[in-house]
Ligand binder design. Structure first.
Ligand SMILES: Cc1cc2nc3c(=O)[nH]c(=O)nc-3n(C[C@H](O)[C@H](O)[C@H](O)COP(=O)(O)OP(=O)(O)OC[C@H]3O[C@@H](n4cnc5c(N)ncnc54)[C@H](O)[C@@H]3O)c2cc1C
Ligand code: FES
Length: 282
């Protein structure tokens, strides 16, 4: 069993957990993810490692409670345990030869951008972090990004915190202001990533996108996470999760990501406001 040693609510939707997983922690690198199950009958879900401490034998995850498994996980408290944690999975973030990058995170994607941006900064790369959110209530990790990157730019759609506008507006502004990026890394909703990568292409800058395709086994066996990259089929779990953004078939990815919408709606959990208990629709 994988004990939860620390739980911290970041806002209504997002939670940070520190979990005992010594074998995973020993080998973890920025950009890699785990697959966990809350209990032996649970669904397997992939989550990026937001950090790790190999000496303490712990890993960190930051997740949004969006559906059945993440809502169930949100009911667990410090001292409770997850049934299993498999990892580290996927390829670590490539950092060789990079001097200055812009990392663009959107919404929940900022949880995935956090280890990537701070890991790059810790490796001596200059990091401009652009973190976009719907509004101020959704903002997460502001202090952590500020401490762990060179410059932090927060945007909100409604202007209730940071600058009003989209991450893509800020990215364009920074490029136009003369910042020379070796790479732009996009992490967030596929539509945002598509436009971030398009801007990078316009300015002749290499783009990298961290894809969150549906996964089952996470080891390249099931084909569930197949994406089209440069006209070829690739598996996000073993070939990624990071890919050259200019090669991603965004329209195919967006279509695939909405494939199970109806089933997920049907399968969703309801959290009782009075008791805090979870009830599933049939
Ligand atoms: C490599 C990888 C790393 C990820 N890292 C994180 C992370 O660090 N933090 C985090 O909050 N989430 C992360 N995700 C997304 C996370 O796996 C899903 O939110 C989770 O599986 C939802 O499970 P559920 O049963 O709670 O919700 P479900 O009922 O399965 O889905 C609820 C909603 O979430 C969307 N969703 C489900 N699975 C995915 C997916 N794989 N990618 C994108 N949207 C999905 C559905 O379209 C639906 O709208 C990652 C996904 C991948 C593939
Ligand atoms: S999750 Fe099965 S092949 Fe990637």
């Amino acid at each position: 069993m994988y004990k939860i040693v620390k739980k911290r609510k970041l806002n209504d939707a997002m939670t940070w957990l520190v979990i005992e997983a010594p074998l995973v922690a020993r080998k973890a690198k920025p950009g890699q993810f785990i697959i966990l199950r809350t209990d032996e009958y649970g669904e397997r879900i992939p989550l990026t490692m937001a950090g790790h401490d190999s000496e303490a034998g712990t890993i960190d995850i930051i997740y949004a409670a969006v559906g059945r498994t993440t809502m169930l996980m949100d009911q667990l408290e410090e001292g409770d345990a997850l049934a299993d944690v498999v990892g580290p999975l996927g390829k670590p973030t490539e950092m060789d030869g990079l001097k200055k990058v812009a990392v663009v995170g959107g919404g929940t994607g900022n949880a995935l951008a956090y280890p990537l941006a701070t890991g790059m900064h810790a490796a001596g790369i200059e990091v401009d972090m652009i973190a976009g959110f719907k509004n101020k209530d959704m903002v997460i990790l502001e202090d952590e990004f500020r401490a762990g990157t060179d410059n932090l730019y927060i945007t909100t759609d409604d202007g209730s915190h940071g600058e009003k506008g989209f991450t893509t507006d800020k990215l364009k502004e920074l490029i136009e202001a003369g910042n020379k990026y070796d790479e732009i890394i996009a992490v967030g909703p596929p539509v945002m990533m598509k436009f971030v990568c398009r801007i990078a292409e316009e300015y002749g800058i290499k783009s990298v996108a961290s894809l969150t395709a549906y996964m089952v086994d996470g080891t390249g066996m099931c084909g569930g996470c197949r994406c089209v990259i440069g006209g070829e089929n690739k598996f996000v779990c073993v070939d990624g999760p990071e890919f050259d953004g200019s090669m991603v078939d965004w329209d195919e990815l967006i279509k695939r990501n909405s494939f199970y919408k109806e089933q997920e709606k049907h399968d969703a959990a309801h959290i009782c406001r009075l008791t805090g208990g979870v009830r599933y629709h049939d």
